[in-house]
Write a protein of this length. Sequence first.
Lengths: 294, 765
Amino acid sequence: MHAINYEAPKSLDEAVKLLAAHGEKARPLSGGTDLLIQLRAGTRRPEFVVDIKQIPELTRISFSLQHGLRLGAAAPCISIHENSDMRKYYPGLTEAAHLIGSLQIQSRATVGGNLCNGSPAADTTPALIALGAQARVIGPKGERTVPVDGFCLAPGRTVLQPGELLVEFHIPAPERHSSDAYLRFIPRNEMDIAVVGVGAALSLDVSDDRVVEARIGLGAVGPTPIFAAEASKSLIGKTLDAAAIENAARLAIAVATPIDDMRGTAEFRRHVVGVLTRRTLAKAAERAREANQR
Amino acid sequence: MAASSSNGFRVIGTRPIRHDGVDKVTGRAKYGADYAFPGMLHGKVLRSPHPHANIKSIKIDKALALPGVKAIVTSADLPALPDKMEAAGEQAINLNHLSMNILARGKALYDGHPIAAVAATSPHIADEALRLIEVEYELLPPVMTVEDAMKPGATILLPSLRNKEDGPDKETNVAAHLQFKRGDVAEGFKQADYVIEREFKTAMVHQGYIEPHNAVGIYNADGHATIYCSTQGSFVVRALSAAVLGIAEGKIKVVPAEIGGGFGGKTTIYLEPLSVLLSQKTGHPVKLTMTRAEVLRATGPTSGSTIRCKMGATKDGKLVAAQCWLAYEAGAFPGSPVGAGAMTIVAPYNIPNILVDAYDVVVNRPKTAAYRAPGASNAAMASETVLDELAEKCGIDPLEMRLMNGSEEGTPQTVGPPFKRIGFKETVEAIKNSPHYKSKLTGANRGRGVASGFWFNVGLQSSATVNIHTDGTVSVVIGSVDIGGTRAAQAMIAAEVLGVDINDVRPTIADTDSIGHTDVTGGSRTCFATGWAVYEAAQDCVRQLKERAAKLWEKKPDEVVFENGMLSPAQPGGELKPMSIKQIASRLARTGGPIVGRATVNARGVGPAFATVCVDVEVDPDTGKTQILRATIAQDAGKAIHPSYVEGQMQGGMAQGLGWGLNEEYFYDDRGILRNTGLLDYRMPTCLDLPAIETAIVEVPTPGHPLGIRGVGEVSIVPPPAALANAIYHAVGVRMTELPMSPPRLLKAILKKRAAGEAQAAAAD
Ligand SMILES: Cc1cc2nc3c(=O)[nH]c(=O)nc-3n(C[C@H](O)[C@H](O)[C@H](O)COP(=O)(O)OP(=O)(O)OC[C@H]3O[C@@H](n4cnc5c(N)ncnc54)[C@H](O)[C@@H]3O)c2cc1C
């Protein structure tokens, strides 16, 4: 491994300045559970590593029923699972964060790192897409907000420009009967990367079990995580019966563009997109019916 | 350990705490990577990024110029060795191939093949230096499967390779064709009412030891060298390293470190000669350790294979004929375990007509190394699932089918003399009587499968010394490294013979200068053969103790009896009081000096091992994912010295076999590059993927062994993949013929069956 310079700024300002000064030669370090492996393997060779875990704005989790959720990009996954608001209002995102690696990995790994690493198989990304999360980005040219759906451009590539830092996610406040779920398929029972991941968020009108709002995110079945727009739209205004779920599953499969690799065949992945879409919708719906958010 | 065990043993059969336990749980035990010496340099290996290529040139100037880099070696620094089978220490081996696997010569033969090695002042500098070595390759088409390698006109890996059948003029990738024959299979199949024939494919898999390979080499100015490393056989490392380096064997000392798993994969050499060579060049100790990716790309694995298996039975379940064809990937150099596969494939059964053809085939993959009962799991996957199908056809319970046809004392082996006393049927009975097999399995998509397995085991050579110290404590010195509880078992044997407390015996594993030749800890031989040597060495102590007592008592040695650690006169009565070992130990100086018992064995009459397993699974028919619900193994141990470690071997082998069946596989892309070079994507089972494995130790003593011991290290890995396949069939109705039975493969089979069922239903309408 080559020699690197390490900085751990205490404020967002300082971090932005450092990153701006070094441009492409610098790399933010969040939990490091992707970055350290890439440094060791030599697949990324930055000269500066800027540790962002000491910056308060980046590690906080704040929630209110009025304003929804602000989730710091560098909050460790374990703190998400330990947060009772997260478990109650965003159980799908919470379970996605809780699936990453092991407890040890979750003590380091962050949702921001998961997204910025740009892997199509990142577990929390489909869950964020389902929740309609927005990413707040700050950089040399100022601040901007980017929807998570659209943040990733290709494997390992995101919309972030050199010197830009992801600060936090904003997720709207939950509706009365709304909830989310995330399921992934892995060949083992832990310590695997998703072969297929499906996140779904639903808001229901419980009087007749009609879908008011629906969003489905897919992982590991294309070069980037995918927002299954047609599948999501197909559910709105419908009663969530078997036929509606089956139709959404079919539409979700249609937008998947998986490949054959060591984790599974394209054929297998397409089939499992259908299976997990059905299962995830059923789970999110069950939670939404039980939820009494306001 | 007050509790006495069965058969009149006092220590054997009990479960004392292992002597090396405290060091291991407190982190004090020294594994290979823990060694450090003043002035030590760090080495790294440059590896080929191509599976098959001519090496046109290697330029090292830029790398050598990097500050901190002290030396770089390539195959030009190793002596050229004869391209034929030669003796290296105790084994016959093609030294040219061995050397070419240490550092590629002229050609890179697999992704990960070592090209050069660097020594530098830090591992990071060594790593950076690798980037500065310029290698010019001329790419050749990769040959990745036995089918491609055996095709007429296939690209040739080793231009000098020949086989007997094709003669001295024909270039080939087939290193050997073996054939085993009994009776007349054509006639045999005529008697069969049912014949099942299937073709199987099994993926290349790795041993998966947690500790990566390592070596520290120290070359002295006087021409002597010392190697510290984790190995299953310090004497093998010495012999092979000496041969590769062109150094006299006696000038190398190998100090075996603690070992974090080997499973056969640490019975050869990789880094050891490089550490010495780099030390020789630099004058410093040099340490090399592999990353996980290096371990997976360039060490171990065991062969992937293609196997065709045809077996016939009469209506009432009598096996009448078996014909098998096996082709195993040897990796880049000859030497797959296909011969063992061929000889084990139907060994558990008494079948009058057998014809087995076996092919050892080179492919552009890492040279295979031994892996627990090498070759037998692949073979059993074929024969044990075909047998399950036959049992189903005959309407006979699969365990009954095995009992009806099972090998026993007197049954002819595929090769060699008839079996002596063996415990195969006893393992089948043990499963039949197990709480697991007696339990009822209910629920949708659930199934139960059984399978059996055979392994030869080996004897070979061991040395042992047993010292009686002045306070009456005992030390046992052996040359077998401790992988699965060897120290404890050997100490127990000495304690049993000498009648002393197990805590008064200290076992030590010596380096190659401090003990007589001892073969590898492998082939399930250690407890059997080293245990035999320790038994004899302890008996040697007993003989000497009697002499000393006789001297004190002014009697003849045969007028002294030794029992339970006490020496007493054969004729009771009189003034002479019985003496303990402790009492006499304090008087050794006055009776002739220290007592050292010694023994060496070249152990013959090895007892073959058998195991039978039972597995329950539940399959998710929508995803093809298999969950193992319950698993039990019954195995013949001859005599279990320390039952916990016997159970450990049974469970460990079964866990590996289940992993082999479920998800483990080498995944090469179409360019011949290994894609899953980490344990994230080389999927061994985690503890969440396996149930607690239940065990039943069967004890049918090995005739001729003083304690009846039978090796237990390997056979446990043989039946699990087949048992899993059988369980999956009984759960969801599909016969899997390809390993691993990973979700994509199983789902595909399930969907195919579903589609066929729907088509049939539609046609019937
Ligand atoms: C054993 C193991 C198991 C794993 N299991 C899983 C799993 O089950 N599911 C899964 O999805 N992943 C898994 N991973 C991958 C990894 O843990 C996750 O992707 C994790 O979320 C990454 O977060 P991090 O904070 O560690 O990122 P880091 O490694 O710190 O960063 C990742 C990348 O994002 C960049 N980056 C980080 N934060 C920011 C920011 N705020 N702004 C701009 N750029 C930023 C970094 O520069 C780097 O390029 C596993 C990894 C390991 C080692």
